[in-house]
Write a protein that binds this ligand. Structure first.
Ligand SMILES: C[S@@+](CC[C@H](N)C(=O)[O-])C[C@H]1O[C@@H](n2cnc3c(N)ncnc32)[C@H](O)[C@@H]1O
Length: 193
């Protein structure tokens, strides 16, 4: 029994403290739909979730889960890369979740990549309301994710501290490259990036 949650669990805890009923939020990597459902339940009937994935398999699976829970009306499932999120989403986004890597149970070669993830992050930072949050769960290990992790962390270290708080948590005594959590909060005195 552990009280300190893993990176994914901690991302949910942070999102819960920021997101209220009626908010508009983004799931940048909908995958099997677990984060999309979590967000849809948080924003409630009056809220809106935009969920992105590049794989039909992910969107179909997510759509079925949403339908079974009768909460599909508050979610827009978008088959496009998150790097194009500004074409689909207006400003006033309260939270954006990135759960990086490949679809569990799917093709490991279809995975998030450093360049597109960083492009999406920049757009998410722009679309976010002041006081909003972006969470990233970064998976790496075995033969994948190392390049993406290094490039993302390098990008994050250079974000202007007057405009955003960037926090990274790491499990430093665990083997097998446990996922890293990053939270980015847009500060309330920010007018523009
Ligand atoms: C680790 S899974 C996400 C898990 C998901 N959040 C869940 O709750 O089940 C990562 C997903 O990112 C998707 N993906 C990869 N590149 C993408 C991109 N450029 N834009 C959007 N999704 C992408 C993959 O297809 C995969 O389904």
């Amino acid at each position: 029994m552990q009280t300190i949650k893993n990176s994914l669990g901690q991302s949910h805890q942070y999102i819960k403290t920021f997101v209220k009923e009626g908010d508009t939020v983004v799931d940048a990597t909908c995958g099997n739909g677990n984060d999309t459902i979590f967000l849809a339940q948080l924003v409630g009937k009056a809220g809106k979730v935009f969920a992105f994935d590049i794989q039909d398999r992910a969107l179909t699976k997510t759509n079925k889960k949403l339908h079974d829970l009768k909460i599909e009306n508050r979610v827009s499932l978008i088959k496009d890369g998150h790097e194009n999120m500004d074409f689909h989403v207006d400003k006033n986004i309260k939270a954006v979740m990135f759960n990086l890597g490949y679809l569990p149970g799917g093709n490991h070669n279809i995975s998030t990549k450093a360049d597109t993830t960083i492009c999406a992050l920049k757009k998410a930072m722009d679309l976010l309301v002041t006081g909003g949050i972006i969470t990233l769960v970064i998976y790496y290990g075995k033969d994948s994710g190392f390049d993406e992790k290094e490039k993302i962390l390098t990008f994050l270290e250079c974000i202007n501290q007057k405009k955003f708080i960037v926090m990274k948590t790491d499990f430093i005594n665990q083997s097998n490259c446990p996922p890293i959590l990053v939270c980015i909060e847009k500060l309330r005195n920010t007018l523009e990036i």
